[in-house]
Ligand binder design. Structure first.
Ligand code: UDP
Ligand code: MG
Length: 328
């Protein structure tokens, strides 16, 4: 039976925590009873520098209940960092798999059984995918769907309608720990890990208490982070615009020259218009070239792992009788 860890980032969640703990506790106990999770399974609540009673609630419950654990971050580092700290704690505790959930339990916890079944079947990553967005406001639904499409266009591999409700096996967690980047966008990193993965579909509910900890400002920052941490296409677009305008300026130059020769142009117009277009294009082109190098530096500084070996088969070979001493 796998040792399952639930990881729950919490920021100012005093209103939901007692109920969330109750529901998750009974879920975990039923998984243990049904023989789907090991007795050593745990729930880890990460307090992301909350200003309310979140931490005192977590610590009080952890004293009474051995299945409950907590991690307190020194200050508010945001959902993604809080989640990562919880996942890395689960990895250090040698869990077999970790399931990340939001503290408001908007994501249906009844599908956890399916997550674990898929893990037992050999999946290292199981993505929770919303089967519809009917409960979202029109604004949230259209911006979110537009965003997924835009990311696809930029060549970023993210799972449509999947947020951070997912299961990761210990191998996937080890792999995740190799990604050293600071601007975290986990739903972009996880698909890069590889290994066998699958999806579980579920209905997302509304928050049962408290309000969203993701105001529009944080959401926009997160969306921009997602694009700029995974794609250098915007830089390539600058280069392409530069090339296009330079080419256009040549056409413009010919047109201006012809107008000038035919005497239909006002004096000084041809030379002005040609230089404006050409210099504009040249500047864009140069920024694009600088951007190409910046894009490479950006790729290098991330120090992402270049490959991941999933399996290795090497049949022990005979020791070589080549005499190394004869080598100069
Ligand atoms: N959260 C966090 N740190 C933050 C903001 C949010 O740990 O700075 C947690 C929050 O407690 C919740 C999860 O991230 O468990 C998702 O937040 P929320 O439900 O408010 O987002 P929404 O569902 O409205 O997008
Ligand atoms: Mg929520």
């Amino acid at each position: 039976m796998p040792k399952v860890y639930f990881v729950i980032p919490c920021y100012n969640e005093e209103e939901v925590l007692p109920e969330t703990i109750k529901r998750l506790n009974s879920k975990l106990l039923s998984l243990i009873d049904d023989g789907k999770a090991d007795e050593d399974s745990r729930m880890i609540f990460v307090d992301d520098g909350s200003k309310d009673k979140t931490w005192s609630i977590i610590s009080a419950y952890s004293k009474e209940n051995k299945y409950i654990g907590g991690v307190k971050l020194a200050h508010n580092r945001g959902h993604q960092n809080a989640l990562l700290s919880g996942l890395m704690t689960a990895k250090e505790e040698k869990c077999d798999c970790a399931i990340s959930l939001d503290a408001d339990l908007q994501d249906d916890i009844n599908v956890i059984d399916q997550f674990i079944d898929k893990y037992i079947d050999g999946c290292e990553v199981v993505y929770g995918v919303r089967n519809n967005r009917k409960k979202d406001t029109f604004f949230k639904r259209s911006t979110a769907q537009g965003y997924y499409k835009f990311m696809k266009m930029l060549g970023v591999d993210i799972v449509y309608n999947h947020a951070d409700y997912r299961l990761m096996g210990s191998k996937a967690l080890d792999a995740l720990s190799e990604y050293k980047e600071v601007n975290l966008f986990l739903r972009g990193i996880v698909p890069l890990i590889g290994y066998r993965s699958d999806y579980v579909y579920y209905e997302r509910n509304e928050r049962f208490a408290g309000e969203s900890k993701y105001p529009l400002k944080k959401m926009i920052k997160f969306a921009v982070d997602g694009i700029t941490s995974f794609s250098i296409k915007p830089l390539k677009i600058i280069l392409n615009i530069g090339i296009f305008i330079c080419a256009l300026s040549v056409v413009g130059f010919i047109y201006a020259l012809v107008s000038f020769c035919m005497g239909s142009a006002v004096a000084g117009w041809a030379s002005t218009i040609c230089s404006i277009w050409f210099l504009g294009g040249l500047q864009m082109l140069c920024i694009g070239i600088v951007g190409t190098y910046v894009g490479k530096i950006y790729g290098e500084v991330k120090e992402r792992p270049r490959y991941r070996i999933e399996e290795k088969i090497i049949n022990a070979s005979e020791p070589s009788d080549y005499d190394n001493k004869n080598k100069i």
